[in-house]
Design a protein. Sequence first.
Length: 107
Amino acid sequence: MRMTRREVMLTLGALAVAMPAWAADETLKGDRVCAKCFLKKPDAKECQDVLLVANAGGAPTEYYLVKNDVWKAIGEACTVRVPSTVTGTVSEKDGRKWIAATKIVND
């Protein structure tokens, strides 16, 4: 059975949309801190954990942690710096990097 050009394009489009669901988990090591209490972000209205990961130049890259069940089980960092290893799916939203944790280990 041969597919028409339209069917091929629709199939490729569907695969492109579905690809993020197949993204592999990444493991990031850094310090968990609070965007509001520790980093004093002016747009932070409530506590929000952020994983600070040193990039190649040594500057921190911020990964905001999605508030899911894994995050709830480990608790907030709030006013302290907590060395942590976070495994999960990384995405970008509103100009920020987010990680939906599947595992968090305090180092």
